[in-house]
Design a protein around this ligand. Sequence first.
Ligand code: PEP
Ligand code: MG
Length: 545
Amino acid sequence: MDDHRKSHKLSGKTLAPGMGRGKVFIYGDVLTRLDEFYAIEQEQIDEESQRFERAVESVSDDLASLSGRVRREIDKHLSEVFQAHIAIVQDIYLQNEVYKEIREELVSAGLAVSSVFRRWEMRFRSMEANVAVQKGDDISDLSRRLISTLAGVRGHALENIPLGSVLVATRLLPSDTVYLARRNTSAAILEAAGQGSHAALFAHEIGLPCVSGINDVVELLAPGDEVLVDADAAEVIVNPEPLQKTNFKARQQQQEQASQKARRQAREPAVTRNGQTINVLANVGSPEDTLEAMRNGAEGIGLYRIERVYLGRQEPPDCEELMDEMYDTLVPARGLPVYVRLLDIGADKPLPFLESFREINPSLGRRGVRFLLEYPDILLTQLKTLLNLCGDFDLHVIVPMVTLPDDLRQVRKALTNAAARNQITCMPKLGAMIETPAAVMMAAEIAQYADFMSFGTNDLTQYTFAVDRENAAVDAYYKDSQAIIFKQLRTVHEAVPEMPLSICGELASREAYVPNILACGITKLSVAPPSIPTIKQAIRQTAVV
Ligand code: PEP
Ligand code: MG
């Protein structure tokens, strides 16, 4: 047995609790994963040049269809970005440089594209003007597109992850999570992901045990290695001994029995020791999440993140497609209150069909409601769909990233106008996510336009501590249960005592902080479906002071 195959232990941090075992599936970056970079012989020059020509054609076709779709569904100006991309990819100077690289350096089309596009990218990036830097981004996107096309890659690498795998990756983007499901992935091990990252909350939401903070894990593990992931203990056993496997399975079974029992109790209401009923709802992103939430005793959907509907496709959904997705996700909760958040795109959740929608400081840029107000068509598609669903559900609409009262006023106006234009009389309740200190301080003004408010403590923490929630290197500053966060919850409650307040950030899933949260006047918690039983239990043990 060589050293690598010996049983050993790796330690990290718990990102999402639970235990899972299986064979390692390494998820690398598209550009390192592809087998497209190789040297060629003289007689292969023509063949490689033709492969490049066909890739240019195929990418141009894709971009043209994308441009048409974005023009119809979102915005004429945004669609022009794709036209600009077509112009770049068909630029005769650029193409000639690639042909020359293949011919003179005797390299594959993929390697030639990579080198030539990189040189052009660097040229633009070395210029000072913002527009040149943006151009550098465009070129880098196009290089990725061309290389993927050359390799015949169309789908996403995670689409075909073998059943029962343990996913190992440097990091996970929100767009990657679209392809993951608990049914095919039993655990995840990540090199870098912060506690407040979307990878963390997604793993928690679908009940995927996840350990992070293991340096170079992608190199330390090999595809097919057997691993036992104990995310509760933040430990991974690689190539376990038979006895370790037996013990692990026994503990997994015990956990399963304990959670069955907790589930049975979770169907009962959560009443505090001094008689106050607190509603526990679920954060969901897909029909599977809602079904799991209902099994766990959810009293409604407290946050439906609709980003997955947009992230998983190359074109934006139209009203009909959005309606189908929303209906399927909400229908298991029919008769209960459901809170659907408008698209919260931007920052760490870029849209795949808007690759060029990039900003230098995206977390402080056009995200959430700012993006929606800038692109009224994409807002309108959502509002029309929600108005059509209103009769079937006890529907609430949440507006993300509200900072100014006017943000909410404008969305309310758009909703009222859309209802009038489509002769719909059923109006959903409209509320604001409170996830910036500015919104906390202006709660009374925002309240003029709000039927309810929901605290997004993940972003509230990010913006209070000026800490990038996705950046594991500054995790020590990401303190979502610090006194200053509770102080902000209390400030809002005192400013608008009659306003129904809920929390849908990860803080609500931390049982140790339930007493602090309830002491701030919060009456609804929305948590990851697997956390419902423990949070209900914690509420029952609390006396609200
Ligand atoms: C939050 O910020 O707490 C929140 C619930 O929204 P998201 O995590 O999707 O940004
Ligand atoms: Mg948020």
